[in-house]
Design a protein. Structure first.
Length: 506
């Protein structure tokens, strides 16, 4: 048994997109920073060489088997995230969006967050984009899967795909970003921010599970937890870090657990509520010819043409071996389906959802129970979105389309699709995934409707900050990593001004 007892100026819980950014800025400002991360520390040169099935075991939380339980007319949503140094940032497709203008408008005019205007956050986005090297994906890197969907979009709707921007440098288009970049080309936070934090003196402890914030005299005074080592997660000791400033950045799925266990927000019952996930659905088109959709950038283009209808369509692909494992059938039937892989194109559709998820502590085990009651208006987006994507695939030349409907075979025409009556299907019939849990400890302008203020400070516990996907005030409709990092930058810059300078000398 080896207990860990440390003193610091700032303890940061979670080393993902939010935590790494805060840790870096505060360490560089001279504060003694300790970072505690539940997952293992696997270096890019090691995870880059792993098979996808190995990274699922070592970098992904619960081997990607984490779900939001659909209540009522809602799908069961497979919400994926990372559990490793660098957090989910290590697993992204690299897609980078700034917060859309209409979302800033909602924050300012509907949520009363005047300070979160596009102009006010621009310097934070500029800083993050410079650090993680955000750049547009050249058209030449588009996979044939994306090219054919783009052709279909032009033919059926008359608009072109728009290039995505990503945090990559020297991408070789191997389409396996979600399993850790094999070439170190993705500037995830374990490459872009944590080395800077460490160089500035921050200490990083992997395999530490934080359970609670400790308080003293009505202020945050540190955290406690335990060491959980190896894939079997053996408990090897207790952890206590004494620090007058605590930053919880364990992600929207887990930060509420730490806050709830610490009694934070107890009276207002906001912690863990308002979770949004961007429920996403994959639609595949099968072509007569081989298109080898995995050749090219995993994600390279999108269309927000249908944003006013609550949907965004984004290119993606899945490594062939992983795709085969998700296909139906056994034996020869499965083989026949897997043989289709070189002929398949894949596109993703995301619903811009309302905050209808709730994160609660489970009676047993480490993971929370998360429920998600999809709003009727969001459920109503699924059928038209899948229909539209099928139309686009057919217009692009697909001869068969596979919908994310459990138990359904491929459809060969729009007439056949119409006979499925997608709009009448119960939510539980749809296969949905998500990589974007947000909002469960959200920023707001009062303790009655939020957990923290716009600088991440908890309403009811001085010295306690949140800085991760949980603080995002509303669903975004686009991939969130850049918004999370920009908000974390804003929070860190403010803390840098406000925290006592004592540490710089220590
Ligand atoms: C497969 C995948 C693909 C994605 N692709 C994109 C994309 O292309 N573009 C985009 O914008 N976004 C993408 N995302 C989402 C993006 O990665 C997340 O929104 C972002 O990383 C969330 O940041 P965070 O700080 O909230 O949490 P995370 O980055 O998940 O970090 C939280 C960290 O806290 C640790 N932790 C949790 N509980 C504790 C505890 N009790 N004690 C100690 N440590 C703890 C976790 O292990 C984790 O490492 C993707 C996500 C996934 C999973």
């Amino acid at each position: 048994v080896s207990d860990l007892n440390l003193d610091a100026d700032v303890v940061v819980v979670g080393s993902g997109a939010g935590g790494a950014v805060v840790a870096c800025h505060l360490a560089e400002a001279g504060h003694r920073v300790v970072i505690l991360e539940e997952g293992p520390w696997i270096k890019p040169e090691v995870y880059g060489q792993m098979r996808p099935s190995e990274t699922i075991r070592h970098l992904w939380r619960e081997a990607a088997m984490t779900f939001a339980i659909g209540l009522g007319d809602s799908p069961m949503i497979n919400v994926m995230m990372g559990r490793c140094v660098g957090g989910s940032s290590v697993l992204t497709g690299g897609v980078c969006f700034r917060t859309p203008g209409h979302i800033h408008h909602i924050w300012q005019h509907e949520r009363g967050l005047r300070e979160l205007s596009e102009a006010a956050l621009a310097p934070c986005f500029d800083d993050v984009e410079r650090v993680v090297k955000v750049q547009e994906v050249p058209v030449s890197m588009r996979s044939q899967s994306t090219v054919l969907f783009g052709k279909g979009l032009e033919k059926s709707v008359g608009v072109s795909l728009v290039p995505l921007r990503r945090n990559t440098e020297g991408c070789q288009g191997k389409s396996r970003c979600n399993f850790g970049c094999p070439h170190g080309a993705k500037l995830s936070v374990d490459r872009a921010y944590l080395p800077r934090a460490l160089a500035a003196g921050a200490q990083l402890f992997p395999e530490v599970l934080v359970s609670k914030v400790v308080t003293k005299g009505g202020r945050a005074a540190g955290v406690v937890g335990k060491r959980v080592e190896g894939t079997e997660r053996r408990v090897t000791g207790k952890v206590r870090v004494n620090a007058p400033t605590v930053v919880i950045a364990a992600g929207a799925w887990h930060s509420p657990l730490i806050l709830q266990a610490s009694g934070v927000g107890r009276w207002k019952d906001q912690v863990g509520r308002n979770l949004t996930v961007h429920p996403a659905f994959r639609v595949m088109g099968a072509f007569a010819e081989k298109i080898d959709g995995w050749k090219g950038a995993l994600q390279s283009a999108f269309t927000d043409r249908f944003e006013s209808e609550g949907m965004t369509l984004t290119s993606l692909f899945v490594p062939p071996g992983v795709l085969a494992a998700t296909m139906p059938g056994v034996g020869q039937t499965h083989l026949a389906k897997a043989r289709l892989i070189p002929h398949l194109g894949i596109f993703g559709g995301t619903v811009h959802d309302e905050g209808s998820g709730v994160v609660r502590r489970a009676w047993v085990g480490r993971e929370p129970v998360v429920t998600y009651a999809m709003a009727a208006k969001d459920k109503a987006v699924i059928a038209p979105m899948l229909t539209r994507m099928a139309e686009i695939w057919f217009a692009g030349g697909a001869r068969e389309v596979f919908l994310p409907v459990l138990g359904s075979e491929g459809v060969r025409s729009m007439d056949q699709l119409k006979r499925l009556h997608l709009e009448t299907l119960h939510g539980s019939r749809f296969e949905s995934g998500s990589q974007h849990p947000l909002g469960s400890t959200r920023i707001g302008n009062s303790a009655d409707s939020s957990v923290v203020d716009s600088y991440g400070q908890a309403w009811d516990l001085p010295g306690l900050y949140c800085a991760d996907g949980g603080v995002v005030p509303s669903s975004l409709g686009v991939n969130p990593q850049l918004t999370i990092m920009a908000l974390a930058t804003r929070i860190a810059w403010r803390m840098r001004e406000r925290l006592p300078r004592r540490a710089a000398v220590a």
